[in-house]
Design a protein around this ligand. Structure first.
Ligand SMILES: [Fe+2]
Ligand SMILES: [Fe+2]
Length: 396
């Protein structure tokens, strides 16, 4: 089989990317295309690139109905910068493609002029041939001349295919923060739902060390939980960091606790019970709550979190506790109102959370109390205590 390999940061994925994929398939030079979003960026500082799971699931959504096209998570690994030569080698090693498959590395004509400076180009051409897109308006003669030079130098053959002209660049889109015309509808929706590219990311305010830790955990979580839950956790992380900055709490602690708050939720129930029993003695917490204490233990044992304040915020994110720390409150609220949450009218809680954490928390507890009451249920005792404490200590 002839397989096109199309890698990139896709930050964001736009119509130009789609036209590359469709053009390659339409040219019949390849039978299918494997799209590989980069994991660890190798040419840019890590903070300049959107966290990889956001980009991965954005591309996945965009390709959902695209025929002869699949997404591959081979680069979703921490600590290994995404070098093409390595990725091509790993595709064969991991049997994602077979030895019989012929690989074509898809690229724009501009890549021809920088290919020699890539990481081990001689290794790349051993694994794959270049398949170069010709857009209307580019100097085709110049591109073909450069291709001849590369063919001679690297003893390879370069193929070309024509694509429709789609004049769009991710860097320009990010700057403009306007996407509708230039990205597939589903990508525009994804960007909106997850609040991407709309402001300087709050994560710019966590320390370098913490940013690295968050990236590392994102890669681990990517392989441990569903996309939906990971995206939720990342949204909570970004929002909790924003609240931390606003309310003078510690962005590092809030970001870490928020990212990991649901880390145990998709573990087998038996295992959650076993984990939870290490800090909750004498009874098994209810099903909805179980993942909070289990998560605190799992974050410590599996993710190496030592900071008790962070572990507490994970433990109390479902029901609260009588006296909540700032970190507890922030993680609790960010979990309830992150941008992808749409199960209720959260307008008021979101509004209060901009200026007054306690007011937001009281509003949130009261909303939960009311919805429980409608079902003939009572809120958890710890939530009651937390609400009573907040009301009793309210100064305004
Ligand atoms: Fe949770
Ligand atoms: Fe959650």
């Amino acid at each position: 089989m002839k397989i096109g390999i199309y890698g990139g940061a896709f930050d964001p994925f736009h119509n130009g990317h789609l036209s590359m994929i469709r053009g390659a398939i339409a040219s019949k030079k390849v039978d299918k295309v494997i799209v590989i979003p980069t994991g660890m960026p190798c040419f840019k500082p890590a903070r300049k690139v959107t966290l990889s799971p956001y980009r991965f699931y954005m591309v996945k959504a965009a390709l959902k109905d695209e025929p002869k096209c699949e997404i591959c998570d081979i680069e979703q690994v921490f600590g290994e910068p995404s070098y093409t030569a390595k990725t091509l080698e790993n595709l064969r090693k991991q049997k994602i493609v077979s030895d019989k498959d012929e690989l074509f590395l898809m690229c724009g004509s501009d890549i021809l002029f920088e290919f020699e400076s890539w990481y081990h180009p001689e290794e790349i051409v051993k694994q794959a041939r270049l398949l170069c897109a010709l857009r209307p308006g580019i100097d085709e003669g110049q591109a073909r001349n450069e291709a001849l030079h590369l063919e001679e130098k690297f003893d390879t053959k370069i193929k070309f295919f024509k694509i429709e002209g789609v004049d769009v660049a991710s860097s320009v889109l990010r700057k403009q923060s306007v996407f509708d015309e230039d990205v597939p509808d589903i990508v525009a929706e994804f960007i909106k739902t997850h609040g991407l590219y709309c402001e300087d990311s709050p994560l710019m305010h966590v320390s370098d060390e913490m940013y690295k830790t968050l990236m590392k955990h994102c890669f681990t979580l990517f392989h441990e939980m569903s996309g939906k839950r990971l995206l939720h956790s990342m949204n909570v992380c970004v929002l909790a960091t924003r609240y931390a900055i606003r309310f003078g709490a510690d962005p590092d602690k809030c970001a870490l606790a928020a990212l990991l708050h649901d880390c145990a939720k998709e573990l087998p129930e038996d295992y959650q019970i076993e984990l939870s029993a290490k800090i909750i003695h004498g009874y098994i917490p209810g099903k909805q709550i179980l993942h909070s204490p289990a998560g605190a233990v799992y974050a410590k044992e599996h993710y190496g979190v030592e900071d008790q304040e962070v572990l507490d915020a994970i433990q109390y994110h479902t029901i609260g506790r009588e006296v909540m720390t700032e970190t507890d409150k922030i993680v609790y609220l960010a979990d309830k109102v992150e941008p992808a949450r749409d199960y209720d009218d959260l307008t008021l809680i979101r509004k209060y959370a901009e200026t007054d954490l306690d007011a937001a928390l009281i509003e949130c507890y009261c909303a939960i109390k009311e919805s429980f009451a409608q079902k003939g249920m009572q809120i958890h005792d710890d939530t009651k205590k937390s609400l009573a404490y907040l009301l009793a200590n309210r100064t305004q």
